[in-house]
Design a protein around this ligand. Structure first.
Ligand SMILES: [Cu+2]
Length: 214
């Protein structure tokens, strides 16, 4: 009956319990403390480009090739609205290396976990990036990765945590190759019988992309 004798003790206990309950609810609703939802809006379209003075067509995102670098911290949620501005093709994006725990529909494997996004339509990819690392995203429909639909996804460690190693600087290098033949022509070559080999790429790239620390 001690609590009846000391009402201030019981109210302090209720206060503590409510605090822990709030912490529990907030933590389970929004993930780790400091985790954010990062919003992006992408428009996918073909664009002209002449990397080695021979003009061709590549797939761009918001007028950029390679696509914009996504940066986040471990525990963050990516909320990305993609609009397909290709005239006659569907599109999906696969987030290579992201585990998609509880969000298999955001994995971007066309006709397996997701119907391709039709021309003129939009789709929201929403998923959590739970582990720090340097990842890669790419188109996962037909030959769209070869057509240039790719970029970097960099997940830094959670706010307040330190990486387990030291370094003086950081470069974000993206390696790729490019054929002068269009991805459509390559697709026909590779799937014809007998197969027509597309040969070695005409250009090897490496992109040094900006990486701003969050
Ligand atoms: Cu992949």
């Amino acid at each position: 009956m001690g609590f009846l004798k000391n009402p201030s003790l019981i109210s302090s206990r209720i206060l503590k319990l409510s605090f822990f309950l709030i912490v529990f609810i907030v933590n389970n609703s929004f993930g780790a403390f400091g985790a954010k939802t990062r919003h992006f809006k992408w428009e996918v379209e073909y664009m002209h480009w002449a990397p080695d003075c021979k003009e061709g067509v590549v797939m761009g995102i918001n007028g950029q090739f390679p696509g914009p670098t996504i940066q986040a911290r471990a525990g963050d949620t990516i909320h990305l609205e993609l609009t397909n501005h290709l005239h006659t093709e569907g599109v999906v994006i696969h987030w290579h290396g992201i585990r998609q725990i509880d969000t298999p529909w955001a994995d971007g494997t066309a006709s397996i976990s997701q119907c391709p996004i039709n021309p003129g339509e939009s789709f929201v990819y929403r998923f959590k990036v739970d582990k720090a690392g340097t990842y890669f995203y790419h188109g996962h429909y037909g030959m769209q990765r070869s057509a240039g639909l790719y970029g970097s996804l960099i997940v830094d460690v959670e706010e307040g945590k330190k990486e387990p190693f030291h370094y003086d600087g950081e470069f974000n290098l993206l390696l790729s190759d490019l054929w002068h033949k269009s991805a459509h022509e390559q697709e026909v070559d590779l799937s014809s019988k007998p197969m027509r080999w597309i040969g070695e790429p005409q250009v090897y790239f490496y992109f040094n992309l900006p990486h701003a620390f969050l």
